[in-house]
Design a protein around this ligand. Structure first.
Ligand code: LUZ
Ligand code: MOS
Length: 753
């Protein structure tokens, strides 16, 4: 089935926050943000701004009726700065005017003086100075100390990865208006409607029942709107609430880039131990997470780094620890992969390091150490339904690895200034929120008296196609045509207490809740049909093709007749479905448990060509074998694979989030921050579906597909590194594991010693 949003997107008729027609009297908000990264506010004068024509009011933290607090996991983040500022771009004041231009002009009439304090942008420096956002954690299995004593080869080093700007096409924004009886309604571009509802209620000092959040869709989220849509919604709600008028705030691109957090940059140290056959017997890593100025989702992100620190490899002795370091950057946040990519980059670096020193191919070490069923992850979960080796072997069958390697060698021998390189990248990603209590969901289904169906879930459509999948489920369950089903907006008064659409788990969680709701209605109809037709209770009833087929009846009933019959008998044709992922648990004291419903597997093979005069590179091809389970929508899933892959390649090769040492964002626009475009994507992407049929924890056995493919992009880094070494054999020692591998870095490595 085609994505139900395709037509709207292509014709420009899909509705985003900024497209909602504004009501008369709507006020517009501009945010006045910190012009330094750390300091004490000594003077702040906005009287001139407030007197300007069109300006209605300037809000400071003193105007907040409830709590000036938006921290989701840890209460460490004010909505508006009070006495100190902790990052460049931190919101301090809100200028409210009758139009955006007046608000913008008034920004320039605000006078602030700040006594600057020392700025930290490096997590290792923060670590040494004892600046933490949250508790350090350690995952451990076996005994690395003993294992390193027995290891034949030991390699140590460090690997750093950079931040990443989400660059959702739709910037952050919200539109709020007062409703009756002291309540408020907010349209927010958020992955987490409930998170927005909770934050707004806290900031306004009112009950959550007075706050209605509605989300039609997002123009992308990628994690950037899991928690960080809340402040803009809270500001908009604050203004609307206090002034009793509709209020709107939609950030401009540069404001968004400056004020919001990004993927966490990490600095990391590793130590890897191998036996004489190159089995990895021990692995240690220490991760220094650059959390920025407030905790935001950092504790959860850091946890996933530890969960994925060994990627797809079976390592008996592991000790990995992580520190959440506090720096003067905007609070870094969720980004597709959620700490997992940062963890995987480090073990891939360690393997690369070992391969260079041992003079063997990376893939020989990778292949030898792939996980098997029965292996126990360092966090205690036992590997089941493992497809790590199947994906690898399937890839090798389709694209013989040794053959490709030989071709590359031949090419490199025959070309002086063009060099090719390749890399394999296996991925194993755990599906479920690592915070067990977040893994639940609900859905609301109404069958109307004309036989059409309305579906509400907690899922937020952000381009990933979840609404299409939800629609498919309802259509399949009731045996109706897609045109009979309507997907409603995501709304906190219809579906409450939701988890954000995140963790690749949205289709699973909401799909299973939807299945439950449909089943309840079907059960009532079946019951009615058994009684009415004198059938045995339990006789098979099938909903198919707009008809209802009954075991023991020659002719099927027509769907609409069944519906009308049910209403005549006063049967409830609405249902609220619920789902809570079974089996999962995790003990944070012991750091052991079974946190994931299942794992997603895959392997990618990336080939690149480096221009050894210019330092530029082209991605020739990426071949992927990916474990989709039984895909319920191959086109939507393929889109996720290709989008994730390219986003991962961007993170690893070209997207460079640069702050200067005063904490000012230098890459603050699309002219200075480069994401992959049609010219830089791989010339060829071949994705092969590995159909597996063993996972009942996935909706219709269709496995989660949102985040795992991002990590295939890590292969690009190592493929480029290999090409560099083909040109400059001295490069290995001088080629630091420091992503992104920008052309500048490639050039340095090509000619460095
Ligand atoms: N968000 C979250 C996530 O709150 N918990 C998670 O485990 C997670 N994983 C991936 C992406 N977002
Ligand atoms: Mo996410 S990083 O699944 O919001």
């Amino acid at each position: 089935m085609a994505n139900i949003d395709a037509f709207g997107h292509v014709t420009g008729t899909s509705i985003y926050v900024d497209d909602i027609p504004v009501m008369q009297g709507t006020l517009f908000i501009k945010v006045f943000d910190a012009p330094v990264a750390h300091g004490v506010i000594e003077a702040l004068d906005y009287s001139e701004a407030e007197e300007m024509e069109g300006v209605v009011k300037v809000f400071s933290y003193k105007d907040i009726p409830g709590e000036n607090q938006i921290g989701g996991i840890i209460a460490d983040e004010p909505l508006l700065a009070e006495k100190e500022v902790h990052f460049w771009g931190q919101p301090i004041l809100l200028v409210v005017a009758e139009n955006e231009i007046a608000a913008e002009e008034a920004l320039h009439k605000i006078h602030i003086s700040i006594k600057e304090l020392p700025v930290i942008t490096d997590p290792k420096e923060a670590f040494l100075k004892g600046k933490f956002l949250h508790n350090s954690r350690t995952f451990e299995s076996g005994n690395t100390e003993n294992a390193f004593r027995e290891a034949r080869y030991i390699f140590e080093g460090s690997a750093d990865s950079g931040g990443q700007e989400h660059l959702y096409l739709e910037t952050q924004g919200a539109y709020a208006y007062p409703m009756e009886h002291g309540s408020i309604k907010i349209h927010s571009s958020t992955q987490g409607p409930t998170q927005v509802q909770r934050t707004v209620a806290k900031v306004l000092g009112i009950g959550m029942n007075k706050v209605e959040v509605d989300v039609a869709r997002l123009g992308g989220g990628f994690g950037g709107k899991e928690d960080q849509a809340s402040p803009w919604a809270a500001m908009t709600a604050l203004v609307s609430w206090v002034l009793k008028k509709p209020a709107k705030c939609v950030l401009h691109r540069m404001e968004d880039m400056r004020m919001t957090g990004k993927r966490h940059p990490y600095r990391s140290d590793y130590k890897i131990g191998l036996d004489k056959d190159f089995n990895i017997i021990a692995y240690e890593a220490t991760f220094f997470q650059n959390g920025g100025a407030a905790a935001d989702l950092s504790p959860a992100v850091m946890e996933r780094t530890l969960f994925h620190a060994t990627n797809s490899y079976q390592i008996p002795h592991v000790k990995v620890q992580a520190h959440g370091c506090k720096t003067n950057l905007p609070p870094n946040t969720a980004f597709r992969g959620f700490g997992g990519p940062q963890g995987m980059f480090v073990i891939e670096s360690a393997i690369d390091h070992a391969a260079q020193k041992l003079k063997v191919s990376r893939e020989s070490i990778q292949a030898r150490n792939l996980m098997e069923n029965g292996y126990q992850f360092p966090y205690g979960q036992i590997v089941e339904g493992c497809e790590a080796r199947t994906c690898w072997e399937e890839l090798n069958a389709k694209y013989p690895i040794e053959g490709i390697r030989k071709d590359i060698l031949t090419f490199n021998e025959n070309h002086a200034f063009l060099k090719k390189g390749m890399a394999l990248m296996p991925v194993c990603f755990g599906i479920s929120f690592t915070n067990t209590m977040m893994n639940h969901s609900r859905a609301l289904v109404h069958v109307y008296s004309d036989g059409t169906v309305g579906v509400s879930t907690g899922a937020v459509e952000m381009g990933q196609g979840v609404n299409t999948k939800m629609l498919q489920i309802a259509a399949q369950e009731f045996g109706l045509d897609a045109s009979q089903i309507k997907l409603e907006t995501t709304n906190t008064t219809r579906v409450a207490n939701t988890s954000p659409s995140a963790a690749s788990a949205t289709s699973d969680l909401n799909g299973k809740a939807l299945l439950d709701a449909c089943s309840q209605i079907k059960a009532r109809l079946k019951n009615m049909l058994w009684v009415k037709n004198d059938l045995e209770a339990g006789a098979e009833v099938r909903f198919e093709g707009g008809k209802v087929w009954m075991e023991g009846m020659e002719e099927p009933a027509i769907w609409i007749d069944v519906v009308l019959d049910a209403l005549a008998r006063r049967i409830n044709l609405s249902a609220k479905g619920h789902y809570a992922t079974p089996k999962i648990h995790f003990d944070k004291i012991k750091e052991k448990g079974h946190p994931f419903a299942y794992h997603v597997y895959g392997t990618a093979l990336t080939t690149v060509t480096v221009d050894c005069i210019r330092g530029t590179y082209e991605l020739e091809a990426v071949h992927i074998v990916h474990d989709f389970g039984t895909s319920m929508n191959r086109l939507v899933d393929l889109g996720q694979i290709e989008g994730g892959l390219v986003q991962g390649i961007g993170w690893m090769t070209m997207e460079e989030v640069a702050y200067n040492n005063k904490g000012r964002l230098l890459s603050n626009a699309l002219s200075t921050y480069k994401i992959p475009d049609i010219y830089s994507v791989p010339k060829e992407i071949n994705t092969h579906f590995l159909p597996t049929d063993n996972n009942n924890m996935a909706i219709y056995k269709s496995k989660a597909v949102g985040e795992p493919p991002l990590m295939y992009g890590i292969g690009a880094f190592f493929a480029i590194a290999e090409a560099i070494r083909a040109f400059n054999p001295d490069a290995p020692l001088h080629l630091p594991y420091c992503a992104p591998m920008t052309p500048e870095k490639v050039l340095m490595a090509l000619y460095g010693e």
